[in-house]
Design a protein around this ligand. Sequence first.
Ligand code: APR
Ligand code: PHB
Length: 392
Amino acid sequence: MRTQVGIVGAGPAGLLLSHLLHLRGIDSVVLEARSREYVEQRVRAGVLEQGTVDVLNEAGVGERMSAEGLPHHGIELRYGGAGHRIPFERLVPGRAITVYGQQEVVKDLIARRLADGGKILFDVPDVVPHSLEADPYLTFQGERLDCDIIAGCDGFHGVCRPSIPDGVLSIFQRDYPFAWLGILAQVPPSAEELIYSRGDRGFALHSMRSPEISRFYLQVPPDASLDDWPDERIWAELRARLETVPGFALTEGPIISRDLSAMRSFVAEPMRYGRLYLAGDAAHIVPPTGAKGLNLAVADVRVLTEALAGLYATGSTELLDAYSATCLKRVWRAQHFSWWMTTLLHTFDTDDPYGRRLQTSHLDYVTSSEAAATTLAENYVGLPFDFGAPRD
Ligand code: APR
Ligand code: PHB
C-alpha cells in the first residue's frame, strides 16, 4: 500500500489532519490501535476554544457542534466562600468557548472521513514506524504502508515518539501530586457556567455536556482507585467542595460514567525527526485545568496541513522545517497557562501557610484586577493562531 501521509492514531489530531489534508487534495491513511466504538465512546475533556470552533466550521465538520455545542461567555472562580465571574464578553470581546465533548468531535470527524471515502483502519494494535530519515513506511498485521511523511498522532502512550532514536529529543516535564476523578451524571447542570472551585478539601470543577448531562471533576490522591469512590462519596465530596457559596445547591442524579486521569505536564522537542512529525498528545501533555489538550492538537495539525500543502504545491520544505518551532510557541504558552491554573486552584501536600496565602493573594488579584482577569480570559478562550508575532 502507498499513501502520501501515513497517520498513526485516530484521536482528534489524526482524524482532523486526515480531513484537512483531504480538503487540500492530499491522500492519507489512518491506522488506529483501538476499535471505532472505543474511540467514539472514550470520555475526555469538552472545552473548545474559539479558534478550534472556527477551524472545525471552516473545514465543514461543525454542523452538529453548532447545533448541540453550548457557547459560554464566562467562567466562575469559587474560593473563600464567594464566586467570582470572569466575563469573557467584556474582557475579550467576540471570543468565547464552546462546550462540546471531545468524543463528539471524534464521531463527527470519523463520519465525515468515511463519507468522503477516507481510509481509517481500526483495530490495528501492532503499528511500527520504519526508516524515518528517508523513504519512511509503517508495518502492521503483515502489511506495509509506504508514505512520504509519517504523522505521529498516537497520543502520549503511542509508538511514534519512542521510535525516535535516543538522544534526539529533549524532554521537559512535571508531575503533579494528585489526579482528577471525572464523572458524567444524568442530571441538568447545577449552574449555567463552569465553576472552578478551590478549597481546603481540594479542587472541584462543575462542567456539563448538555442541558441534561453534567460533568464533574474532583482532585483526588495520585494513587486513588475508582473502587474507593462509590456514588455517595462522590456526591458528598462534590457538595462539600462546591456548595461553598450561599444559595448554591448541587443537583444530583445517576452517575453514568467515571474515569481517573493523571495530571502531567510534558513536552518533547523538537516535534519532528526526519520524515516523522509528532502532533497533539504524542508531543505534549498539559494538565486539564486549562482545558487546552484538544485545542493544542487542533492547532498542531492546522500548522502541519499548511506545511504539507506547501510541500506538495511547490516542493518547498520551508514550512515543514519550521513546523516544530511554530507549534512550540503555542505549546509553551499553553504549558504555562495550564501549570498556572493548576497551581492556582489545587491543594498540595506540601502547602505551607505561606504558599497558601500566596495562592489566595493571586486569586484575589485575578478576580479584582481587570488586567489580571484579561490575562486569564485571553488564554482561556485561546490566543490567535498568529500568536507570537510582534505587536504593532
Ligand atoms: N498504534 C495506533 N494507534 C495508537 C497507538 C498505536 N501504537 N497508540 C495509541 N494510538 C491511538 C489511541 O488509541 C488514540 O485513539 O492514537 C490515538 C491518540 O488520540 P488521543 O490520545 O486523543 O490524542 P490526540 O489526538 O493528540 O488528541 C489530544 O486528547 O488526550 C486528549 O487531552 C487530550 O484533548 C487532548 C486530545
Ligand atoms: C470538561 O468539561 O470535561 C472540562 C472542562 C474544563 C476543564 C477540563 C475539562 O478545564
